[in-house]
Design a protein around this ligand. Structure first.
Ligand code: MRU
Length: 335
């Protein structure tokens, strides 16, 4: 199958590609059950900041498919269930807030499911447009034959549209600006090794998969020109949370005088977070580190620390690309 999608809403069901099975197996799951959507977000079957927001919006809408009339207690139970799935990506909370505002403005005579469904579809469509604009606004960071490094997965799988950082890379490649991409494997869940490679291969974009610790060596040998990643939450001063290991990448870029960019929709900006200190960091299960899939790599009794994200301080970020424009350091997203 050459074409794939991360999320599709059709015939009153949400269909999503099961990302934990990729790239070895392309399976789609179709559901109209919000609890199944919540589980999918928790297990990273649906992942990536914009994608989890969109999926949660559809989860809210679908919870009213067979539930007639306004029912505040039910609405907030569903919303809180989805809210508890993952703590770092602010897009989830943004989307839930949008759905809540829509719900509050409905009267008991309205068709609740139809209105919520329209809103979720609008959130999805908006994200598709934002991905395209991000790609357009980011193209100027490349010169001809750029060799670029990226971390985690920020493409179609992570969003409702073409992606954020990976969409910038894809557009630049099709304009002849990219020689090849270095893909960090992204320990422990291997979003780079499993998902970014999958997307690049689908588009015949040349890449090398590297371990997370290889990028510094490549930089020392002048083999990397630019780095670009996504974000899960951006504070108003530009401090950004992204997949664990992104901070390392930004630090080594600074040392080697290589520009480091972040690409994200404005729905990733948390206007209530003044700095990275205000961003909650998800800690995930020890089995993600002491095992690879079902294979034990160490003794299960050994203590493990597994933060899923880190914070990139604003001074390490050369530019932040949104659907509005490319912002340069220093950042102030309050205005
Ligand atoms: O734990 P994940 O796979 O959901 O983490 C995803 C990332 O860190 C992405 O870089 C981020 O969400 C941006 S996706 C466009």
């Amino acid at each position: 199958m050459n074409k794939f999608f991360s999320l599709k809403f059709a015939e009153d069901n949400l269909t999503f590609i099961e990302q934990t099975a990729l790239p070895l197996s392309e399976q789609y799951i179709t559901t109209d059950n919000y609890e199944r959507i919540a589980e999918a977000i928790e297990k990273l079957e649906i992942r990536g900041a914009p994608a989890i927001g969109i999926a949660a919006a559809f989860g809210i809408a679908l919870s009213f498919k067979n539930h007639n009339g306004k029912d505040d207690e039910y609405f907030y139970n569903v919303s809180n269930r989805l809210r508890r799935t993952r703590p770092t990506a602010v897009n989830l909370f943004w989307a839930l807030q949008q759905m809540e505002e829509t719900y509050k403005n409905l009267s008991s005579n309205d068709n609740i499911y139809s209105r919520l469904k329209e809103k979720a579809i609008a959130i999805h469509n908006e994200d598709i447009k934002k991905c395209d604009l991000i790609a357009k606004n980011g193209i100027s960071i490349f010169e001809r034959n750029s060799r670029v490094v990226t971390h985690c997965n920020t493409g179609k799988l992570a969003t409702g549209g073409g992606g954020t950082a990976l969409n910038v890379i894809k557009h630049a490649f099709h304009k002849g600006l990219i020689e090849h991409v270095f893909v960090d494997e992204t320990r422990p869940l291997l979003q780079g090794a499993r998902l970014t490679t999958f997307e690049l291969a689908k588009e015949s974009i040349p890449f090398y998969l590297i371990t997370d610790s290889t990028a510094a060596f490549l930089m020392q040998q002048n083999k990397i020109d630019v780095a670009i990643t996504g974000a899960d939450r951006i504070a108003t001063n530009g401090d950004s949370a992204n997949k664990i290991g992104t901070y390392n990448l930004a630090v080594i870029c600074k040392y080697h005088k290589i520009p480091f960019y972040i690409a994200a929709p404005t729905t990733t900006i948390d206007f209530n977070a003044k700095s990275g200190k205000d961003i909650p960091i998800e800690e995930r299960d020890k089995t993600e580190i002491n095992r690879i899939k079902d294979i034990k790599v160490t003794k299960s009794v050994y203590p493990v620390y597994n933060p899923s994200f880190d914070i990139i301080p604003n001074e390490l970020i050369t530019g932040i690309i949104t659907e509005d424009k490319l912002y340069n350091f220093p950042y102030n997203f309050n205005v």
